[in-house]
Design a protein around this ligand. Sequence first.
Ligand code: ADP
Ligand code: TYD
Length: 209
Amino acid sequence: MTSGATRGLFISFEGIDGSGKSTQLRALADHLGPDTLVTREPGGSEGGEEIRRLVLTGDPGRWSAETELLLFTAARRDHLERTINPALDAGQTVITDRFADSTRVYQGATRGDLRAKVDQLHDLMIGVEPDLTFVIDMDPAIALERGLARGSGEDRFEDFGLGFQETLRHGFLALASAHPKRCILIDGNRDVAAITTEIIAHATARLPR
Ligand code: ADP
Ligand code: TYD
């Protein structure tokens, strides 16, 4: 840790594709001000962004479930070493669009029976959790429409379809209820401002005064 800085608060946003994570994350960051680092997964570091291109573009069947798990974990390790830890050590608040919960749900709960391997790899190579996780819950049909409307070209997972998004939603709900101290479940089926107000209230309650 750099001289005298208190380690910053580590916040993640989770939820299905198009649930409003990026919108809410930006609003929270704007509210918290300049000592806030906004980042994302997969990505958030040079190497992480290179891996992002490998996992989010191309054919849905491009990678086996196991290879995909390794790629997401490699991206996270690089992100943690080069971006997240240095910022937290310098006392910044770090807000990330997705972290390990996404792997637990996307790879662990949907792509074969990989959950035990997901947890083992996490323990071996990552070993940390955010201090606070906002899980934005919303109707997958609406979220899918919103996500595809963006036309980002990074639609490999959206391309798995609505049934897949329903499975993901239940995965996130189960995670939130298994970790009630860390995770705050947010109803995303409301207007942007109402959701932001709730998120800001929870985050500021956790920040040192
Ligand atoms: P995510 O990061 O979870 O994929 P985004 O924040 O990018 O989601 O939102 C997906 C789309 O939905 C964007 O076009 C965004 O403007 C819109 N959107 C986000 N939150 C809401 C909301 N509460 N109501 C209506 N539209 C929203
Ligand atoms: P992103 O653009 O963050 O998603 P969104 O559509 O919600 O804005 O793209 C990340 C995609 O990668 C998303 O579909 C979830 C998936 N993903 C995993 O499958 N495993 C992971 O560990 C992470 C971090 C993301």
